[in-house]
Design a protein around this ligand. Structure first.
Ligand code: HEC
Length: 114
């Protein structure tokens, strides 16, 4: 019984940590107005790639995504339209490690929690 309680507690903590990351990441995404160009799903009217497309390219590769957000890695999804995205990077260039982690988690989370 005791073991089970510890297991349940660990499981709940992991679930809560992931939930917090998504919530925090979403908050950053919204406060920086990223949604103006990035819709959750593919949408011909959207200027930038959807979160779904971003997840396809960066899920499991969040480290590179953070490098991109720091302005240190080249775009891999749509380099020809990077000139539209580039000015946005000034908003994400100087964040804390926690903020990068949360934003990267959210940007790749479409298949995880939603
Ligand atoms: C004015 C429209 C616009 C806004 C606002 C915008 N983006 Fe983008 N974004 C784009 C376009 C266009 C692309 C496609 C070019 C590219 O792949 O870099 C893109 C690409 C991306 C990519 C994929 C990069 C790659 O490897 O190709 C990520 C990640 C991203 N944006 C994150 C963000 C975040 C985070 C914000 C908010 C701080 C944001 N964008 C705000 C237009 C925008």
């Amino acid at each position: 019984m005791k073991k089970f309680l510890i297991f349940a507690f660990v499981l709940a903590s992991v679930a809560k940590a992931e939930f917090d990351l998504t919530t925090q990441g979403k908050r950053i995404f919204e406060s920086l107005h990223c949604y103006i160009c990035h819709a959750p799903r593919d949408d011909a009217a959207a200027v930038g790639p959807s979160l779904e497309t971003i997840a396809v390219h960066y899920l499991g590769n969040e480290r590179r995504l953070i490098e991109f957000l720091k302005g240190k890695a080249k775009p891999i999804i749509d380099p020809q339209r990077f000139f539209i995205m580039k000015p946005q990077l000034y908003k994400t260039m100087h964040m804390t490690l926690d903020e990068y982690r949360a934003l990267a988690y959210y940007l790749t989370s479409i298949h995880k929690n939603r």
